[in-house]
Write a protein that binds this ligand. Structure first.
Ligand code: HBI
Ligand code: FE
Length: 293
């Protein structure tokens, strides 16, 4: 979902019109299944007390602890019973209109390949671990499931308004890198965080990033970086509140208004921000860690 990652214009050879392909579960090697198990173990140990209850519930409901890369058919059957969502395989990034159309119809597209062993902590394109472990548990939550469908429908409309950049930021700062306030404290629910060994600690514990209360227009004005840990996280009060602030709104006047407002840098703080923790911004690193991983 990186805006500047190369996306093909037409489905590759062997793919369907809607870009889906067979997962071909039988073709995974023992080593590939083992890669999943290594990544899964490592995250599952780290996430209690860090990941949102909705995410942890989803991991249980979908029985993701079963060893090996999940079979999408089996996974879809369980998911369908919970929220009517399905998981379909795609070869990699798909064009925006195709992506939105799948979401609008409650189909989540997942890469079917898995990262190599030397890429456990970093890779650019979303693989099956990011897509399935990172995204799918939240789709077992009815409120989040509704949010994702609404996002897909909003995406199809944004293409008409030519306002995709603004909408993509909403996806980035919620679905990919969102934080949520829960009764016991701040938790992560964004897929880019929960599937990243480093960022699942950094996002909550590191003193450098700003953590700011989620506000739709504010988020839509904020640039993002795809090559490093985030320097700002937006915190929702509940999934219900997120759904209400987005699906319950007509975006057309918001897009109009945003045309006249400047974009914000990742480390800006502006009037009206409810700052939850102000970052030290002292953080710097030589090599980009995972944003997708
Ligand atoms: N394709 N496979 C895949 N996965 C994504 O997350 C994705 C995509 N294509 C486009 C896209 N995301 C973006 O347009 C969204 O981030 C807005
Ligand atoms: Fe993702």
């Amino acid at each position: 979902m990186n805006a500047d990652t190369h996306v093909l214009e037409h489905p590759p050879e062997g793919a369907n019109e809607d870009w889906t392909i067979p997962q071909d579960w039988g073709a995974y090697t023992p080593e590939e299944h083992e890669t999943w198990d290594i990544l899964f173990e490592r995250q599952v140990k780290q996430l209690p007390g860090r990941a949102s209850q909705a995410f942890l519930d989803g991991v249980d409901l979908l029985k993701l602890s079963k060893p090996g890369i999940p079979d999408f058919e089996e996974l879809s059957e369980r998911l369908m019973k919970e929220t009517g969502w399905q998981v379909v395989a795609v070869p990699g990034l798909v064009p925006d209109d195709v992506f939105f159309d799948h979401l609008a119809n409650r189909r989540f597209v997942a890469g079917n390949f898995i990262r190599r062993r030397d890429q456990l902590d970093y890779l650019q394109e979303p693989d099956v671990f990011h897509d399935v472990f990172g995204h799918v548990p939240m789709l077992a939550n009815p409120v989040f499931g509704d949010y994702m469908e609404a996002y897909g429908k909003g995406g199809l409309r944004a293409l008409e308004f030519d306002s995709l950049d603004h909408l993509a930021r909403l996806y980035w700062y919620t679905v990919e890198f969102g934080l949520i306030e829960e009764a016991d404290g701040m938790r992560i629910y964004g897929s880019g965080i929960v599937s990243s060994h480093g960022e699942s600690v950094f996002a909550l514990d590191d003193p450098s990033p700003n953590r700011i209360r989620f506000d739709l227009k504010r988020v839509m004005r904020t640039n993002y970086r795809i090559d490093d840990y985030q320097q700002v996280y937006f915190v929702i009060q509940s999934l219900e509140d997120l759904l209400e602030q987005t699906a319950g709104q007509d975006f057309a006047p918001i897009y109009d208004e945003l045309e006249d407002s400047s974009d914000l840098a990742v480390d800006d703080i502006i009037d009206g921000d409810e700052v939850i923790t102000r970052g030290t911004q002292a953080y710097a690193r030589e090599k980009a860690p995972a944003s997708q991983a």
